[in-house]
Design a protein around this ligand. Structure first.
Ligand code: GRF
Length: 203
């Protein structure tokens, strides 16, 4: 199972996945590379230091050209699964279609989002939930479609956070849950061939 991680920022989820992959020596899973669209994304340096190949592919021209370049790298590495981890860009239907054509029409792009979707899609979800003193929040892992955090939900876990605690505490708790869920997801990917249907049945 060949995995690529796309990230645009800090990379705490990307690093959790990289570290987990190192603990799975008996699986056939490999993290092929980390790709960023942002020049100064700290995730690039972190992944490099962990011995993972990195690609910086900035969007210089059209979205089509940018995605064609990305598909080229995915193809070169025979990537099976793309895990988005703070990748701050939507992907097009054509990108998803081309990728799924290599895989019997199965969607192979997954995202993690710090809310109980469909609540709080998009940016600053944690801050918005905190401002609203949301009674419950959580984390969602979902298949990626063209929309903003709208694809089929694979996994969801709720958190009940204290509305009096600061935003930073909320963020820490939610990120901790993200790392737990995404690494578990990676472990499941490592040992199942086409987990999509399986996940829908199991969770
Ligand atoms: C995470 O909260 C993820 O759910 C969201 O973007 C954030 C990325 O954080 N999509 P990090 O770069 O993994 O630390």
């Amino acid at each position: 199972v060949r995995v690529a991680i796309f990230a645009s920022g800090t990379g705490s989820n990307a690093m959790a996945l990289i570290n987990k992959a190192k603990e799975l020596p008996n699986s056939s899973l490999t993290i092929e590379f980390v790709l960023s669209d942002k020049l100064n994304a700290p995730v690039l340096e972190k992944a490099k230091n962990a011995g993972v190949r990195t690609y910086l592919i900035e969007k210089k021209q059209t979205r089509e050209q940018h995605e064609a370049e990305i598909l080229g790298v995915l193809r070169e590495h025979h990537v099976d699964w793309v895990l988005l981890a703070g990748y701050m860009r939507l992907v097009s239907g054509s990108f998803l279609k081309q990728l799924s054509q290599w895989h019997d029409g199965h969607s192979q792009v997954v995202n993690i989002h710090p809310s109980l979707l469909p609540e709080y899609p998009g940016k600053d979800s944690i801050a918005r939930a905190h401002t609203d003193k949301a009674e419950k929040t959580g984390v969602t892992i979902h298949l990626v479609d063209e929309g903003m955090d709208t694809g089929s939900i694979l996994l969801q876990e709720a958190l009940f956070l204290n509305p009096h605690h600061p935003l930073q505490t909320w963020a820490e708790e939610i990120h901790r849950l993200e790392h737990k869920m995404y690494t578990r997801f990676l472990q499941d990917l490592a040992f199942k061939k086409h987990p999509t249907n399986h996940f829908q049945e199991t969770y």
